[in-house]
Design a protein around this ligand. Structure first.
Ligand code: MN
Ligand code: MN
Length: 283
């Protein structure tokens, strides 16, 4: 159960029956600017009750979908948090469930991807973010949220990751991105129609893990994040990407919502995007 017993809306199934498993990772120990995203899962659960249970575009009612809320991974030891995220993800995959991880800082994604790599060796990773997160280490920590895409790329190997919405990286990351021939789409590239074809062309028929750092979305729509970065994506473009990828999508996470800087709308948008994924994976 979540810490205060509040479940994600319509996630009232038990583990035995569930087709989707949602859980939080309440850790923000490496956050470099505004801490507080450890409280993200709770805020997103609260805002998830804002919505109609019926999803008009998909024609499904979320009360009819078997969703299990497995509660939160907590604690201050980052290595342990990542290990527990990996174990919970592996547990969901072993049951044939679709896992949804809610952050918490972006570093927890590594735990999930480790579990996916074991289950799906040919995994492709889509990183939706304002930031490239491609540092070798940050403030001495190679597991910092500023290094997450680099760690995932180390794990999955060349040609198996794409980054979308990117508008911030260091000079060092710019050099490495070129050396590694990373497939990167900026916040402006996503307005060109062929970008989706390029992403899907790279994926081909492979299983895809989609990781959404909420700061990919413009701070006007999503102010409640740790590292707000102007000139961001419109939420509808993120939704469009999820719809385009859903058939290959085997796992999803939504990270970095920070309620301390939110007016409630970031958490509401996060909850709605999670509900889009639930509706997409229910059919
Ligand atoms: Mn970011
Ligand atoms: Mn990130």
């Amino acid at each position: 159960m979540p810490q205060d017993d509040l479940l994600f809306a319509d996630a009232e199934s038990n583990l035995e029956e569930a087709g989707l498993v949602i859980f939080g990772a309440c850790y923000d120990g490496t956050c470099s600017h505004r801490k507080g995203c450890a409280a993200g899962p709770k805020a997103i659960r609260e805002e998830s009750y804002n919505f109609e249970t019926f999803h008009p575009e998909r024609g499904v009612d979320l009360v009819d979908i078997k969703i299990y809320d497995a509660g939160d991974v907590t604690g201050d030891d980052q290595v342990k948090v990542l290990l527990e995220v990996e174990e919970r993800t592996a547990g969901a995959l072993d049951r044939g469930c679709f896992p949804i991880l809610v952050g918490g800082e972006h570093s927890a994604t590594l735990g999930a991807v480790r579990a996916f790599k074991k289950k799906h060796p040919e995994l492709f990773h889509v990183h939706i973010d304002a930031h490239l997160d491609y540092r070798e280490e940050y403030e001495g920590n190679p597991l910092s949220h500023a290094c997450i895409l680099k760690r995932v790329r180390d794990l999955l190997g060349p040609g198996n990751v794409a980054a979308v919405g990117i508008r911030s990286y260091s000079r060092e990351e710019a050099v490495r991105m070129k050396e590694d021939q990373l497939l990167v789409f900026s916040n402006e590239d996503v307005h060109y129609e062929d970008y989706l074809e390029q992403v899907k062309g790279a994926i081909k028929t492979r299983p895809v893990y989609v990781s959404l750092d909420m700061d990919a979305i413009d701070p006007a729509y999503a102010p409640g994040v740790g590292n707000p970065e102007p000139f961001g994506m419109e939420p509808v473009l993120v939704k469009e990407l999820l719809y385009e990828l859903h058939e290959n999508m085997v796992g999803f996470d939504l990270m970095e919502v920070n309620p301390e800087y939110d007016n409630g709308n970031t958490a509401a948008l996060a909850a709605r995007l999670i509900r889009e994924v639930i509706a997409l994976k229910s059919l």
